[in-house]
Design a protein around this ligand. Sequence first.
Ligand code: SF4
Length: 602
Amino acid sequence: MENIVKQIIDKYGSDSNRLMDILIDIQEEFGYISRKAIELMALTLGISQVDVEQVITFYHFLSVKPRGKYAIYLNNSVVSYMFGRQAIKEAFEKEVGTTFGKVTDDGLIGLFDTACIGMNDQEPAAIINNKVFTRLTPYRVREIVRHMREGRELEELSNESYGDGKNQHPELKAMVSSNIRRKGMILSDDYKTGKVVQSILPEMSPEAVIAEIKHSHIRGRGGAGFPTGFKWEFCRRAKGEKHYVVCNADEGEPGTFKDRVILTEKPELVFEGMAVAGYAIGGEEGILYLRYEYRYMKDYLESVLDKMREQNFLGSKIGEIEGFDFDIRIQFGAGAYVCGEESALLESLEGKRGEPRDKPPFPVEKGYLNFPTIINNVETFATAVRIIEKGGEWFTQFGTEDSTGTKILSISGDCMFPGVYEVNWGFNVEDMLDMVGAYDVQAVQVGGPSGTLIAKDEFHRTLGYSDLSTGGSMIIFGKQRNLLKEVVLNFMEFFIDESCGSCSTCRNMPQVMHNKLLKIINGKGVKKDLTDLKEWGKILLASRCGLGQTAGNPIISSLKNFHHLYEDLIQKDKEFDEGFDLTASVKESCKFVGRVPNFNHH
Ligand code: SF4
């Protein structure tokens, strides 16, 4: 073991900034990270054992305890439940002979829950040793577990065929489907890789590239919507020996999966976009920060990068431009939603816990390793290539005045055709529902759990920064769904699990609000509970990052748009809680701490 760990550390130049890579490699090699390995890392990298350990415990896919020869991570997103997750969970537990959160006594199989794995269009889905298994049924679960017991290779665990498009690529061979239902400038097939870096950039100065991006009025596609041209300009102007380009491919917002599809079908466009950004800001290094859930794409994306290097779309003197040297490496996360926040992502890139930094300074001034850094979303980089190819003016023809261009939506839930749709900004929700074959719709969650839950009377609204802004996740709920019990509770549990714990507001309030919602669902709510929930939602706004600030949104937005559901559940004649059952409370707390209650003492 010692030798292998040493080799892994060597592979990353004994650099503590590469701790994430080292930990991931050790986890994959041994199925966990042992005390001995922690000691070795601390010694060689010059950091404390506590520092190593606190990084491990921060990420869902790293563990100090063995996770089993086969580690099964079953997605617990709301759409997974809508499409039969409970039956799959039960089938796994029955077949494997243990419950979730545990590993079989023989160490063969471990069962674990995990947050949205970006497969909402093909649920229920699970990740087993980095391979994604989609559209699970109890029958397939039995088959998979039987094959594991027979000691078969992972590739043989299922008899499924591969998914559509590039999922069939020899380096990918994934069961995942891309489900592209509507194409626009990004997903169309009319772009030839390398055209911009080889033929257009030689005619443009970096300043001209930035001017063109600014002229297009493109705003970041990750959700926050910051104008991309300004970001690039600030970074170019910031002083630093080096400038970095980082692509945020940590799409963890439940319900979003469009980056998965862009990276599968159009990775060249994303990498070329990063090179264009490198040219514009004067940077030589790009890093694709990819969520661990997409580890199955590793070999495929590396092969794409290799090919682009061979064609001189990456590397030295790209497009014969003197001094235009740019290359990209892939850095994986290890399962933490908060790392989608740009400063948390930087911490993770530097081999630390993904805890958001205080701002300012912003990454454009002090980013990766304190050098000026731009961080953009996968879709933004892909779009930038088309803007430079055809011009900012051309781009403004699409979309609306304050939201130019197209947006790629990830649409899932109760509809006939879940998948990825590229539409012009300004599309309205009603048309979207007709487009995807969604009938008897009760609600649509726009922008994931941190977004808004809208009701029918708002379906006329349009997608765009002046109305319904979204990073692209749209989840549709039919009339048959219990919104509070099935949806809002699930979203609150997600935020509770994903809080990094730095701020007391974000660490506590989602749990307290969740408990109150549960009380209401159980028929014990009173009028005061509704006002409490509204007030407590405001307290969350004091949190340090977007995760905490929006963690109350599932309750706040459902309270606003589906008030009647809450009203129907509370005891309308009661303003406040009356009376307090001391005996019941003592019994409950004793049960929790494992003590036997004794009511004879007074
Ligand atoms: Fe961490 Fe939540 Fe605070 Fe963000 S708001 S820094 S996730 S505790």
